[in-house]
Design a protein around this ligand. Structure first.
Ligand SMILES: [Zn+2]
Length: 494
């Protein structure tokens, strides 16, 4: 298995479309992605990790491992070792910096593909249009690795501010922040093509488009505005493909198209902290940036963590008992009692979905969702907490099929053109695949596999159900050579 072979590629170009659902890829809406799918292998059952949130998924793409290995528990999570003042918000550069200081530079506990590339003397250049945290987490040791990360937010949002200086000097001021993000998409694509690929020529180039995620959230999944930005991002991808095809050594390039998670639409928003407050449980939302007077902290979206600050297991169990009685609850997780069940009655164990870690929260809730269609006819509809996106807007984080199913396409030697692969795969396979294509072995902490070589691994699919009282939940899991993929999970009918 480790026998040295001639690398399949000299250069890898990874294009990530934040939040893109594979069922949105059609010849009409995304002609270039559809064409690309026809030329490469499409891993149609690819899966995100849980929570299916950008910063968690980014870290999993970087490290080829789920949260149980890399330790990033959510987009935001309470991490008392770092601070007891507020919930850590990983979109913020200052919170990430604090976490790095307090963990001695090991906030991300696993090796990333950037680390492996650096050890092999290879370069990685990233063009990022997501938050400072996401730009950081795709190559957490970019500076030490001697790599290059450009952030569309400016020089304070990357470890390598010289990348921003370089780009601004050549391409002019950073683009305006409009919704949909047409200008940011075009600027990032131009930087990737004309600067990174044309001039820098790194071994691995990665561009992260913040669309269609942003428009899915705020302009709804199937709206004309969202579909127009999706087409726009697809056209940007087409220009990248055309550039690669025009190179004299085009056959030495590999292109990977991916997304970090999907999204589902919201049908209603509720004030979960307020509802728990009415039951005598005083809590604070992460966004409040204080824990003063709170007996628990909570993150939101369509799922979140609950950390008990006062009252111990009695408080935890009382909150869980109330949640189980509510129609709003989709799923509930807690620390492991055994391989399947959590300590809390009716809950699943966090390790069952690869979220078991010493940084794990007391409870993880997922709000109820289903596969009903939204106002535009797209399946996937659920509840969200108030305060993030408008009702009708998209959300992700949970275990609905349409949140977990991601885009993953590879065009390279050894990947059958036009083949649609239905075997298990996921974002944790991206890093080992990139490294494998360049002839490099994965880091020891990587759990995913190179997709070029994963075909011989026999998958084993299982489903689990648990519950208590009127609450039942189910989850479907596929294991493949030590890697686990959650197919989907949700509330089960009684
Ligand atoms: Zn995302």
């Amino acid at each position: 298995m480790n026998a040295p072979t001639k690398p399949a590629a000299d250069k890898v170009v990874v294009c990530v479309f934040d939040g893109l659902r594979p069922d949105f890829i059609t010849p009409e809406q995304t002609p270039n992605l559809a064409r690309f799918a026809g030329q490469g292998t499409w891993f149609r059952e690819a899966r995100s990790v849980f929570p299916s949130m950008t910063r968690v998924a980014t870290t999993s793409i970087a490290t080829g491992a789920p949260p149980r290995v890399h330790g990033v528990m959510g987009n935001a999570f309470l991490f008392p070792e770092v601070t007891r003042e507020h919930v850590l918000d990983l979109s913020r550069a200052d919170d990430i910096a604090l976490a790095e200081v307090k963990t001695g530079g090991r906030f991300v506990e696993a090796e990333s593909f950037g680390d492996v590339l650096a050890k092999a003397g290879k370069s990685l250049a990233v063009v990022h249009t997501g938050s400072a945290g996401s730009a950081y987490l795709i190559n957490p040791r970019a500076k030490a690795n001697g790599h290059w990360t450009f952030s569309i937010f400016g020089r304070e949002h990357t470890q390598t501010p010289e990348a921003v200086d370089e780009v601004v000097a050549r391409f002019g001021p950073l683009p305006p922040r409009n919704l949909p993000r047409f200008e940011e998409t075009d600027y990032a694509e131009q930087v990737l093509r004309e600067h990174v690929l044309e001039v820098m020529k790194p071994d691995v180039a990665l561009v992260w488009f913040n669309e269609p995620d942003t428009s899915f959230h705020y302009r709804f999944l199937g709206s004309q505005e969202t579909l127009s930005v999706l087409k726009h991002v697809d056209a940007a991808f087409g220009r990248i493909l055309d550039w690669v095809a025009a190179q004299p050594d085009a056959e030495r390039y590999v292109v990977i198209a991916a997304s970090d998670h999907g999204q589902i639409s919201s049908r209603d928003a509720l004030d979960l902290v307020g509802l728990l407050g009415a039951q005598g449980h005083a809590g604070r939302r992460a966004a409040e940036r204080t824990l003063e007077g709170a007996s628990f902290s909570m993150t939101g979206g369509n799922m979140g963590e609950i950390r008990i600050l006062e009252g111990g297991v009695e408080k935890r169990d009382a909150i869980a008992a109330w949640l189980r009685e509510q129609d709003l609850l989709g799923m509930l997780f807690s620390k492991a009692r055994n391989e399947v069940e959590g300590e809390v009655e009716g809950s699943f164990a966090l390790p069952l979905v690869d979220l078991g870690h010493r940084r794990e929260p007391d409870l993880v809730y997922v709000l109820r969702s289903g596969n009903e269609v939204d106002a535009y006819g797209n399946p996937g509809l659920g509840l969200i907490t108030k305060g993030d996106v408008p009702v009708g807007g998209g959300m992700h984080g949970g275990l609905n099929h349409y949140e977990l199913n991601t885009v993953l396409m590879v065009q390279a030697e050894g990947f059958a053109p036009g083949h649609v692969e239905h075997g298990p795969s996921g974002i944790i396979d991206i890093a080992p695949t990139v490294l494998g294509l360049l002839g490099l072995a994965p880091a020891a902490s990587m759990v995913g596999h190179s997709l070029a070589g994963a075909n011989g691994l026999e998958p084993s699919a299982r489903s689990f159900e648990t519950g208590a009282g009127g609450f039942r939940q189910m989850v479907e899991i596929v294991d493949r050579g030590g890697a686990r993929f959650v197919r989907q999970g949700g509330r089960a009918s009684i």
